[in-house]
Design a protein around this ligand. Structure first.
Ligand SMILES: Cc1cc2nc3c(=O)[nH]c(=O)nc-3n(C[C@H](O)[C@H](O)[C@H](O)COP(=O)(O)O)c2cc1C
Length: 381
């Protein structure tokens, strides 16, 4: 082929003729997908991303523009950041919450607008556990002790996350039950605010994750010890949330598929957990992240480094998966979905970098997707 000849719309030219291949005219990442009665227009997800910009846990104009822009930019699902079920569950004083009705009402405006742009409005419910009470990243991100304006933190066991962190208060069974009930109350408010999908944050060393991992959970009661006991808190949260979350709406769970630590939570445990969740019929997708439980972790980071976790969980547990982690090239995203490694590609930093990533990816993949009517005249490049 003469490489100077302009390519046909569905042919991509690589560095040499041997790399010329046919484009799929209907790329997999732009195919709709349904979970229960909720359909996303494509497989591209704006990952929950803390903005550390809330006052008293309520979203404001910053959160509105952040989530609105990603919905306008074409994402299939737009997740509001880690939203905590109680004040002491916040990473920082600027983190979001859904423990009162004022917060719910502020979220309702955002969910309404996101949906009006054709995206599914999602929210991630969370509790930061032993990683709570820190400064915002741009203020150094260090732990703030109660005597310096922080607050008492809680965890499955009195093991601090790292040097300089508080020793968390060990939760007794009463505190565990109360926290489970708070997840349910936040799920009710998420429903009332108009969200269509909830993701439970069971990753990155926060409260649910810290129950799962043997590194942060040294309990000897029914919430610690073997796999079943360490998974109990998450399963109770799933049941409680489902009691307030309609059957027709999907529930996702994000976990850290490995702690990247000797003796920590690993992929085998993740597959086992996915099998339990699949059998329970209450969870629709596992969002497969990793790490964050222990700062001594050794992670080999490279583009798509967590995709094998999504593939293994999907293949062995038969549950839907989301792939996350250094996915930014449209070709890589397309290949992940086309090859059946995941149902969704979840993106954080690529979406921060470019809220219109889906519109631009469509261009790169030579796919035609509608632009917002107001912006159609910008579709010129
Ligand atoms: C600014 C920022 C905020 C984040 N906040 C959250 C969050 O609220 N919940 C969560 O599960 N992960 C959070 N993460 C992690 C991302 O969701 C994602 O797992 C990680 O950045 C890797 O994906 P990426 O390579 O696409 O950025 C955050 C990441 C960034 C960059």
């Amino acid at each position: 082929m003469d490489t100077k000849t302009p390519a046909s719309p569905n042919v991509v030219q690589g560095e040499s003729e041997r790399k010329v291949f046919q484009r799929d005219p209907n790329p997999h990442i732009f195919r709709p997908i349904s979970f229960r009665s909720v359909t996303a227009r494509n497989r591209i997800v704006c990952s929950p991303m803390c903005q550390y910009s809330a006052t008293d846990g309520a979203p404001n104009d910053w959160h509105f523009q952040h989530l609105a822009a990603r919905a306008v930019g074409g994402a299939g699902i737009v997740f509001a950041e880690m939203t905590n079920v109680e004040p002491r569950g916040r990473i920082s004083a600027g983190c979001l919450g859904l423990w009162n009705d004022d917060q719910r009402d502020a979220f309702a405006r955002i969910a309404r607008f996101v949906k009006a742009q054709g995206a599914v409005a999602g929210i991630q419910l969370a509790h930061a556990g032993r990683k709570a009470s820190t400064a915002r990243p741009w203020e150094g991100g260090k732990p703030i002790l109660p005597e310096n304006g922080g607050w008492q933190i809680v965890a499955p066991s009195p093991i601090p996350f790292s040097e300089g962190y508080q020793v968390p208060q060990e939760m007794d069974e009463k505190a565990i039950a109360a926290t489970v009930a708070k997840f349910a109350a936040s799920a009710r408010r998420a429903r009332e605010a108009g969200f269509d999908v909830i993701e439970l944050h069971g990753a990155h060393g926060y409260l649910i994750s810290s129950f799962l991992s043997p590194i942060s959970n040294s309990r000897t009661d029914r919430y610690g010890g073997g796999f079943e006991n360490r998974a109990r808190f998450l399963l109770e949260v799933v049941d409680a949330v489902r009691s307030e979350w309609p059957d027709e709406k999907p529930l996702f769970v994000r976990i850290s598929c490995t702690d990247w630590m000797e003796g920590g939570w690993d992929l085998e445990s993740s597959v086992k957990l996915a099998q339990v969740l699949k059998a329970g019929g209450k969870v629709d997708l596992m969002d497969c992240s990793s790490g964050g439980v222990d700062p001594r972790q050794k992670v080999n980071i490279h583009p798509g480094y967590q995709v094998p976790f999504a593939a293994a969980v999907r293949g062995r547990a038969g549950i839907g998966t989301g792939a996350i982690g250094l996915i930014y090239s449209p070709d890589m995203a397309e290949q992940i979905i086309a090859s059946g490694q995941a149902d969704l590609v979840v993106m954080a930093r690529a979406m921060l970098n470019d809220p219109y990533w889906p519109l631009h990816a469509a261009k790169a993949l030579r796919a035609k997707i509608p632009w917002p009517k107001q912006y159609e005249r910008g579709d010129i490049f």
